[in-house]
Design a protein around this ligand. Structure first.
Ligand code: ZN
Length: 341
């Protein structure tokens, strides 16, 4: 029985959402996914500034390490604080000691100027040496020229595209619009309403808890030939929890399934961020090499975490930053954010 694993990978995250907990209720209760976006996430991202983003990313990075997650693939949008936002995220993660693959979600929701500035932020960050992908919010909020510009930029920079695909029914034609441009290094997030025989290329990132929370339906990732990875879609980076939810939801769908399938999705994160395979997490539980045990064992904690041989967590506590201070500062920024909503 082993008590260590490599660093876990959160293959789809929104670090800014660390500040969303406790936010004031929207003017009226959303009744579908589109309204959840409009009433909650698009109000929140519009109100973000770079200081809020810094402390959101610090908190998200601290929580990731505390959960044994050493690599985050982030998808970011802050339409009133675009320029430099990816540096703010990357710098916060570097300060805490977690690996980050950043992307800015390009969209035409804020007009062609907003789309252009989003593309430029991806390009600026990646050309200056940042580890990134070109982000697209989703096909249904983008024109065809914007989708094409993002795909061409990614190809030119030799990185993948990180895009929400068919998360809700509003985005049902995403695959038709994207498949001719798609490549194997793309990250296709959600794919709940993607047809079984869709010809879109890339890794499908499954976010079981978020999909359940948004009532968008079950993605049933086993129906696709594409590789599958696991993400939290902004609900922390406790990837062992996400694995347990992924397994429970998979098993509800098909009683002959096993935890090994859901574990293979988590393991695929190491294909996306191979460096994380060099990290070492020592867990509070002896048996982390057996998905059957892990699927049914509660409260497994990361005790020590080493990234690239350097200690970033000891006895469950991040070593490079004061986690109490990060939580206090993030709470201050959350209050400031809520006051603007
Ligand atoms: Zn997402």
């Amino acid at each position: 029985m082993a008590s260590t694993t490599p660093g876990l990978v959160n293959s789809h995250h929104h670090l800014y959402s660390a500040l969303a907990r406790g936010m004031p209720a929207p003017p009226h209760s959303p009744t579908n996914f589109r309204e959840i976006l409009e009433q909650i996430w698009w109000r929140l991202d519009t109100a973000l500034d770079l200081e809020m983003l810094h402390w959101a990313a610090m908190l998200g990075a601290v929580e990731a390490l505390e959960s044994g997650c050493t690599a985050i693939v982030d998808h970011h949008e802050s339409p009133n604080a675009i320029e430099g936002s990816l540096d703010v995220i990357a710098n916060a993660c570097a300060e805490v000691g977690v690996r980050i693959v950043a992307s800015y979600g390009v969209t035409d929701r804020h007009g062609p100027d907003g789309a252009r500035r989003g593309l430029e932020e991806n390009e600026r960050f990646i050309r200056s040496g940042g580890r990134g992908l070109v982000g697209i919010h989703a096909a249904f909020t983008c024109t065809d020229p914007t989708l094409r510009a993002a795909a061409e930029l990614a190809a030119e920079l030799d990185v993948g595209v990180h895009v929400h695909v068919a998360e809700g029914v509003d985005d049902i034609d995403a695959s038709t619009r994207l498949e001719s441009m798609s490549r194997d290094n793309w990250l296709l997030v959600h794919c709940v309403h993607l047809s079984n025989d869709a010809a879109i290329r890339g890794t499908i990132v499954h976010n079981p808890r978020s999909n359940m929370n948004n009532a968008v339906g079950y993605a049933a990732p086993t129906r696709f030939a594409n590789p599958v990875a696991l993400g939290s879609d902004g609900i922390g980076s406790a990837m062992l929890d996400e694995f347990q939810v992924a397994y429970a939801r998979l098993r509800e769908h098909s009683v002959t399934e096993t935890p090994t399938t859901a574990w293979s999705w988590l393991e695929h994160g190491w294909a996306l961020v191979p460096e994380a395979a060099n990290d070492v997490v020592t867990w509070s539980y002896d048996g982390v090499d057996d998905p059957w045990r892990l699927a049914f064992t509660p409260g497994v904690r990361a005790v020590d975490v080493d990234v690239d041989g350097a200690p970033v967590v000891r006895n469950g506590t991040p070593t490079r930053v004061d986690a109490h201070e990060v939580r206090a500062k993030a709470a201050e920024q959350a209050s400031r954010l809520f006051a603007t909503l």
